[in-house]
Structure formats: C-alpha cells, structure tokens
Design a protein around this ligand. Structure first.
Ligand code: G
Ligand code: G
Ligand code: MN
Ligand code: NA
Length: 251
C-alpha cells in the first residue's frame, strides 16, 4: 500500500520527530520525567496520526529500526535535562521480542552517555500475551542493568495479575479512561483507581495517572494517591526545545 511505501522511506528521509510530554510529581508538581512520543510528517501524506502508522510499523516490523531511532533520539535529548529527570520510551511487542532488543537499548545508552536508571521502557499488557516468557526475560535483563519498566495503559488490555506477581515494574500507568471516569464520580472507575493505587503501593511500584486534563481530575487523582500525573493539564507533548525550556531559570 501507498502508506507503507512512504513509511519504508521515512527514516532515510528524516521525516520522524519526537515530542516530549511532561510527567509531574503529584505533590510537588515538579517534572520528574518525559514520555517520548513519535510523530511522522510524510512528504506524500502530510501529518499521519501515530494511531495509524504505529500499527502499520508493527505489522511490517519497521517498528524495529524506527524504535531504535526513537530510543537514541530520546536518550540524547534527555542528556540535556537535569539528571533527576527521566525519559520514558514506548516499546512495542515486535521490538521487545526482537533478539537484539537488549543490545539496542545498551547501544543507545552508551552512544548517548545516558545512565540506565534515567531510562524507563513503557510496555503494554498485550506484550505478555504473545510470548510472555521471552518478554519477561528481556525486561528482567534491562531491569538488571538499571532501567525502569512501566506498565502502560493499565487496565485496558488483557489484564492478568500474574505478571504483576512475577515482575517488579517501576510504574503502573493508570489508563486515562479510569482517571477521567473517577473524576466524574463514576463508582466503578473510582473503585478501580483506588484498588490499583493500593495494589501498586503494596507491591512498591509507583503509579502515574494518565490523561489528567482538568483541575477537578487533578484534585481527584491527588485524593486517590497516585504518585505522578501526566496530561494536558500540566503539558501537551512538546518539541525538544520547549521541553528543555521548562528548566531554564528565567521561566
Ligand atoms: O502520541 P499519542 O497519540 O498520539 O500516541 C498514540 C499511541 O502511539 C500511544 O499508544 C503510544 O504509546 C504510541 N506511540 C507513540 N510513540 C511511540 C513510539 O515511539 N513507539 C511505539 N512503539 N509506540 C509509540
Ligand atoms: O498509550 P500511551 O499512553 O503511550 O499514549 C499516550 C497518548 O496519550 C499520547 O498520544 C498523548 O498525546 C495522549 N495524551 C496525553 N495526555 C492526554 C490528555 O490529557 N488527554 C488526552 N485525551 N490524551 C492525552
Ligand atoms: Mn505510553
Ligand atoms: Na498510556
């Protein structure tokens, strides 16, 4: 298909960019990390939504080289930030199951000089469905060198609590559908967010509330005890230049 042809050339043509969305501490509101989010402006198709091209990149396995480029770009950018600020990078199952994935991560860290503890890999529950043993092995390997692993979109996938027993994630990211539901006093959403936070606390995992857009959502999420907050209320995904400017003293 036409889009696939364009995607095959996108890396060579330098059509990708990475934007960064801040994640703040729920209490201090200080930026603790950024999530790297890939963007594609195609010569032929203009701006293409990630919801459209990421699945295509996964199906064609183009996500493997593209993902390596994202890792390197994001780690390089993070070197410009204060050294207590982390970078979170989304990783698809196709990348994680690639036999060279650990080496790719180690390569990105050593090429940029980023300390492993400043990198957090974000995976979704779905990666444990296909080949849970391999996925777990690779993630444990990366945790062994000091990287964090966050469980993204928690609650929306093929939730199984089994892998929470086996693996120590650094962070559980509560999907924005629950966050926004809780702020609307939806009793089911409230109960679920409460339970996820309690579970993460006792497993010594941190929690990030995704998709916090309003003051009311912020207040509710604070009350529920989520540790970190991500969402348009504190910042949209922004260019590397704008992300860096958040740390300039004259702000
Ligand atoms: O940025 P946002 O809508 O627009 O992201 C849409 C989806 O694309 C999200 O689920 C996000 O996790 C995924 N995504 C964004 N950037 C990357 C990336 O660099 N790699 C992978 N594998 N997924 C990404
Ligand atoms: O699946 P993942 O969590 O990686 O996707 C992150 C996506 O969520 C990005 O596309 C990002 O733009 C989007 N996002 C981040 N904050 C908000 C928010 O406050 N509201 C909405 N609607 N989307 C958000
Ligand atoms: Mn994510
Ligand atoms: Na998410």
């Amino acid at each position: 298909r036409q889009l696939e042809f364009s995607l095959r050339n996108a890396l060579d043509r330098d059509e990708f960019s990475v934007v960064y969305q801040p994640v703040v501490d729920a209490i201090t509101e200080q930026v603790v990390s950024f999530e790297a989010l890939l963007r594609w402006t195609s010569t032929e198709h203009g701006f293409v939504s990630p919801a459209k091209f990421i699945p295509l990149a996964e199906d064609t396995r183009l996500i493997v080289p593209i993902g390596e480029w994202v890792l390197r770009t994001a780690c390089r950018e993070a070197m410009n930030w204060p050294d207590n600020v982390k970078i979170a990078v989304n990783v698809s199952g196709e990348q994680l199951l690639d036999p060279y994935f650990s080496e790719t991560v180690v390569g990105a860290l050593s090429a940029t000089g980023l300390p492993p503890h400043r990198l957090e890999i974000e995976v979704t529950e779905s990666i444990f469905v296909r080949d849970g043993t391999t996925a777990q092995g690779t993630l444990e390997n990366l945790m062994g060198i000091g990287c964090g692993v966050a469980l993204d979109d928690f609650g929306t996938g093929y939730s199984s609590l089994g892998y929470l027993r086996r693996m120590r994630f650094s962070t559980i990211k509560v999907d924005r559908s629950f966050v926004q539901g809780a702020a609307k006093d939806n009793p089911e959403s409230l109960a679920i967010v409460r339970a996820v936070v309690a579970m993460a606390d006792s497993l010594e995992m941190s929690t990030t509330a995704e998709g916090v857009e309003t003051e009311a959502e912020l207040a509710m999420i604070r009350k529920l005890g989520c540790k970190k907050i991500q969402g348009y209320f504190f910042g949209r995904p922004m260019s590397a230049t704008d992300a860096l400017a958040l740390f300039s003293p004259d702000r």
